[in-house]
Write a protein that binds this ligand. Structure first.
Ligand code: 5AD
Ligand code: SF4
Length: 452
């Protein structure tokens, strides 16, 4: 080990929740590495522990506090050995709870909301000097401008498929959701910034980029031609980068699914045939109470247009069961919608009352036992659909992007166009290569394939 490495400070970073947190964590790590930190996966060795947290459901937020309890003991053990540990809470719990975190968990030295990461090295320095630092300002545009770009070595270390945030925050105010409060108003990054970052990623070996945003299809910006662009035009521009094999984007709102984006699905082969389009409920009454701004008929019409533009596209979604006022009939309508759309994959959750959101104060909250029962029924149906979608892939010849070593020796894991994991023999190629394979077997969560 070089002297510099031996003397460097170590950071342990744990990420909770969504893909945007994964992206943020990688940018935070880049910023800290440039300040002399080295990442460690051994928490006992860490001078700095950062918990990049999620506030979307109660369970996610509570997990952070139980983790802090455990980390506090490690901090105490280090203190006995004469070593310090600075504990920081970042992400949406930090934004939502601010100084309350320090009151509830005195072992925490630093609380920093998602829009403050460009100040992170400075905030950490102050915390290490003994200050209890709480920073929850909204300076989202500055964040993107000032965070240092990752080096190609950093990209290479993270693999061939990576995230790129193009838009952050949300103006939709769905009545169940904390995001507009924790991430703030919708802000789009500029075309130049996005293109620069994408080119840097590709130079560092990235072959598949997933564009991220809480409301990614609300992205807009001034294009290279001086016109106002939407996400569709941005995807066309990104498709011109040589060696960028694949593009994806997530998460979309049905209301912002415009013609430009559907056209990108029609014309761009590198845009993978997969659309995550949350609907949350199959009942018009509940959609209205959720403030979703569309009806079931409108959602189905969008799915039809997308499927017409890109036959065979896999549709995925998010569902919430037990939103206040949801009756058995409303829930049956959700099941009916799921049957009609036939999802390739989906996420489903029990409604969780989030402080400060309108849904939390609504009357007719649904009993936990009813939520449990509905979630079980919905998940049984969604799992069945996912399994049968996977089975329809058997026998097909497809291109997969080889990503990383598999669990067993001699295996590689690749990604199908429809976002399924595909296990193949490692003689087929190396991570970063797109290879043509024939799907041989399908399990609920993965496929296997051989050379085509
Ligand atoms: N309770 C349960 N699920 C929620 N989601 C967002 N807020 C809540 C909540 N309060 C789900 C939605 C969203 C996904 C990211 O998380 O389905 O699309
Ligand atoms: Fe939350 Fe709705 Fe915004 Fe999605 S669109 S982040 S669910 S408020």
């Amino acid at each position: 080990m070089s002297e510099q490495l031996a003397n460097s400070k170590k950071v342990f970073l744990k990420t909770y929740g969504c893909q945007m947190n994964v992206y943020d964590s990688s940018r935070m790590q880049d910023a800290l590495e440039q300040d002399g930190y080295v990442a460690t996966s051994a928490i006992e060795d860490a001078d700095l522990v950062l918990l990049n947290t999620c506030h979307i459901r109660e369970k996610a937020a509570e997990k952070v506090y139980s983790d802090i309890g455990r980390i506090r003991q490690i901090k105490e053990a280090r203190a006995e050995a004469g070593k310090s540990m600075t504990i920081g809470v970042t992400g949406c719990v930090a934004q939502a709870e601010g100084a309350e975190i320090i009151a509830r968990a005195p072992a925490v030295n630093l609380v920093a909301g998602p829009q403050t990461y460009h100040h992170l090295p400075d905030l950490v320095r102050r915390a290490r000097e003994g200050e209890r630092v709480v920073e929850t300002e909204f300076e989202i545009e500055e964040k993107f401008e000032q965070l240092p770009a990752a080096t190609s070595t950093q990209h290479r270390a993270r693999g061939v498929a990576a995230f790129l945030t193009v838009q952050e925050g949300c103006d939709k105010f769905c009545t169940f959701c904390v995001v507009p409060y924790t991430r703030g108003a919708e802000v789009s990054r500029s075309v130049e910034q996005i293109m620069d970052e994408a080119r840097g990623m590709v130079a560092g070996g990235v072959r598949e980029i997933t564009l991220l945003g809480q409301n990614v299809n609300a992205w807009h910006g001034t294009g290279a031609d001086g016109r106002e662009w939407g996400l569709g035009e941005l995807l066309f521009e990104l498709s011109s980068i040589p060696e960028l094999e694949r593009l994806r984007y997530t998460t979309s709102h049905p209301v912002d699914m415009d013609e430009g984006l559907i056209d990108a699905h029609r014309k761009l082969q590198c845009l993978m045939p997969y659309l995550h389009l949350p609907v949350q409920s199959g009942s018009n009454k509940i959609l209205k109470a959720m403030n979703r701004h569309h009806t079931i008929a409108e959602y189905l019409a969008i799915i039809e247009r997308v499927r017409e533009a890109r036959p065979g596209i896999a549709i995925s979604g998010d569902f919430i069961v037990g939103f206040p006022g949801e009756t058995d009939k409303d829930f049956e309508e959700t099941l009916a919608l799921v049957r009609e759309v036939n999802y390739a994959s989906a996420f489903s959750f029990k409604y969780s009352q989030r402080p400060g959101t309108p849904g939390a104060d609504m009357e007719a909250q649904v009993l936990e036992s009813v939520k449990n029962e509905r979630l079980q029924r919905l998940q049984a149906l969604l799992n069945e659909q996912q399994e049968s979608f996977n089975k329809t892939c058997v026998g097909k010849t497809v291109d997969i992007l080889l990503e990383k070593q598999g669990k067993r020796q001699g295996q590689l894991i690749g990604r199908s166009p429809w976002l399924q994991s595909v296990i193949v023999d490692d003689t087929l190629g190396a991570p970063g290569e797109v290879v043509r394979v024939k799907i041989t077997t399908a399990a609920p969560n993965s496929l296997t394939a051989v050379a085509a």
